[in-house]
Design a protein around this ligand. Sequence first.
Ligand code: ADP
Length: 218
Amino acid sequence: MAIKQYAVIGLGRFGTSIARRLYEAGQEVLGIDINEESVEDAEPYVTHGAIADSTEEKALTALGIKNFDCVIVAIGDDLQASILTVMLLKNLGIKKVIAKAMSKRHGQVLEAIGTNWIIYPERDMGERVANQLLSPNVLDYIKLSKDYNIEEIMVPTKMVGKNLRDLNIRAKYNVSIIALIRNSEIIVSPSPEELLQNEDLLITIGNRDDLAKFSGLE
Ligand code: ADP
């Protein structure tokens, strides 16, 4: 994977967990917070830590923020600081600015000023929990569009011991299997002869309604 430069502004729980995951994946991460203690706490999970007020253009410029591929604004409660920071970053020409929104209104303002990706952590997590309760066989999913998902689905018991050709899942359920996960190993584009085993995870792509029917099989 190519190494990219990320800056995370606001090292609360949300910002720190983004910084940490990126850093552990070998990416370069600059962590910025106005609060000294927050920077110190995040120090083990960032390449560099900086104490700065992100609403001050000079402070951002001094940190060389223009050179970053992607900047994540993880300031929560201080709406004004969040909005001002995004505005400065967009004015400085940062291509990809991601920001967390604490409310619908906050999100609307972030959208109006050109935020490239707006995250609603609480809303999204709530939705995930509800989906997990409704479809316990779906372990994870990615929304591709309004209608299409990629989903990680537990193999239905009745399909164990059968091969993909005979199961004919694409024709019967309108769902494509793009990979299998077996004992933590990933098998990409499994062959039609592949026998499904107990506890296999199927990585599927399809229309959400079709996927819902498929993941509801026993
Ligand atoms: P979480 O819910 O993810 O913990 P918080 O709202 O508690 O989020 O944390 C946001 C962080 O953003 C805090 O550590 C705070 O110090 C930081 N922050 C707030 N305003 C600024 C600013 N102007 N510049 C830099 N960091 C800021």
